[in-house]
Design a protein around this ligand. Structure first.
Ligand code: SF4
Length: 449
């Protein structure tokens, strides 16, 4: 079946057939690929997205579990949509961005200014800025010291499960890959948390694959309660949820929410995310805002660089974070900066390779544009590169990383890793490395009184 065209107006002649059909017929048609959710009754949300007005449970299940049955721009009936136009504004700006039109004179002008506004952020991401990388790094380093001093904050991820309903073609956890699946039960979660806490870590990031049935909000909330008893700061990287679910997780002790948008290019997004709720791009886009409405202290943003045009994706990600900061001034904003890495069970998406120099340009541009934002560099990167970026602009690094399920305590049913790690250093080794570079390792960013 051809990729759904997201910007086509509704086909009035198609809709009545699906709208009037019995739920079982709609489910069969979705499974057979003869209709998508774009053919069902829906209403516009802004200028790009839509919302299904209704969908029977059987049809919903069929749509979620069939390749390309979900229209990437159509919210499901049980999904919060926030409106407000942020999705349209960010995607419009990314589409209008022409990196090749930027000149060296533009770069000099922007680097000479005291602050960089959203209209000039793209200048720093353009090819014309590449020869100015040293000046960008110097400016980024000044901003980093001004806002964060020499502190580098540590955390470690804990994978609770690797079940996933989505089919992202570039990820080894996707629902079609034959990897070993696992999910920690409560005693295993406690054992893993205790093992990590014993290393001296005070911040933990809990991750699951994206399977809201197996890894329910109840399951995740309980894990968060257990984590909050042992760690000063708890983050989650889970499937996008509704505002009420985020409020529930906040009450369970979660401080911040990370959601990778992966790419902000809607055509590419639809080609890379074939199945599962993740296919619905605007619902993922609004996750950080829903998390903040649910009471979260902070939110993190990231494209997975290398899935699409990385300059456009970095631009969109920066503008997305900037819009959120403007709308929620108290929110703690941060960026993650992953590039594509090989993984078991995944296929390489064929996007352009992003070099280390290009990644450095992106992280320096983020720092100059939003100097007070946190910035994490993934353990997918080499120790040499992470150390270098920590001295210039990164404020947060992981240590003692395992991306498999149950690997911290080597429990029986370990699941496969999500991706290959390049920097495998443990916490003491990382602390020594940071101190040798004149940086101060910190385990948490607040004091409870
Ligand atoms: S990237 Fe995330 S949502 Fe996609 S298949 Fe992997 S774990 Fe699932």
């Amino acid at each position: 079946m051809a990729e759904p065209t997201q910007t086509e107006p509704l086909q009035a002649e198609k809709r009545p057939a699906a709208a009037c059909a019995a739920p079982a017929d709609v489910a069969s048609a979705l499974r057979a690929g003869t209709v998508t959710t774009a053919d069902l009754p829906r209403e516009p949300v802004g200028t790009r997205a839509y919302r299904l007005t209704e969908l029977a449970p059987e049809a919903l299940d069929a749509a979620i579990h069939t390749d390309r049955a979900l229209d990437p721009l159509t919210f499901l009936p049980d999904m919060d949509d926030l409106g407000g136009g942020m999705f349209d504004r960010v995607l419009d700006a990314a589409e209008a961005y022409d990196p090749d039109a930027v000149t060296a004179a533009d770069v000099r002008r922007v680097l000479a200014a005291d602050t960089v506004g959203p209209e000039d952020f793209g200048v720093l991401l353009a090819p014309a800025a590449a020869p100015f990388l040293e000046q960008m790094a110097e400016r980024a380093q000044r901003e980093r010291v001004r806002w964060f001093g020499t502190n580098v904050q540590f955390f470690t991820p804990l994978y609770l499960a690797n079940y996933c309903e989505n089919r992202c073609v570039y990820c080894g956890f996707n629902c079609e890959s034959g990897i070993r699946r696992a999910q920690l039960d409560e005693s295993e979660i406690i054992a893993e948390l205790d093992a990590i806490a014993a290393t001296g870590q005070e911040e933990i990031l809990l991750l699951t694959g994206e399977d809201p049935v197996r890894s329910s909000v109840d399951y995740i909330a309980r894990a968060c309660e257990l984590a909050a008893e042992r760690f000063r700061t708890v983050g989650v990287e889970i499937y996008p949820a509704n505002v009420a679910d985020y409020a529930r997780l906040r009450a369970a002790g979660v401080d911040y929410v990370t959601v990778f948008q992966e790419t902000y290019d809607p055509a590419r997004y639809g080609k890379l995310h074939l199945r599962g709720r993740k296919r619905i791009m605007p619902y993922r886009f609004e996750a950080q805002e829903r998390a903040l409405r649910g009471g979260m202290r902070g939110v993190a943003f990231a494209p997975l660089l290398g899935l699409a045009d990385f300059r456009r994706d970095a631009l969109a990600c920066g503008l997305h974070a900037w819009e959120i900061q403007r709308a929620y001034p108290a929110a703690e904003i941060s960026f993650s900066c992953p590039r594509m890495r090989p993984a078991a069970g995944a296929v390489t998406p064929g996007g352009p390779h992003v070099s280390e120099a290009q990644l450095l340009q992106v992280v320096c541009a983020y720092r100059i544009f939003m100097p007070f934002a946190g910035l994490t560099v993934s353990s997918r990167e080499s120790a040499r590169f992470r150390d270098h970026v920590a001295t210039i602009t990164a404020t947060k690094v992981s240590a003692g990383v395992s991306t498999g399920v149950g690997e911290h305590t080597h429990q029986a049913d370990e699941g496969d890793d999500q991706f290959e790690i390049a920097d495998t250093r443990d916490l003491p080794t990382m602390c020594v490395a940071m101190r040798e570079m004149g940086l101060e390792p910190v385990m948490n960013d607040h004091v409870l009184v």
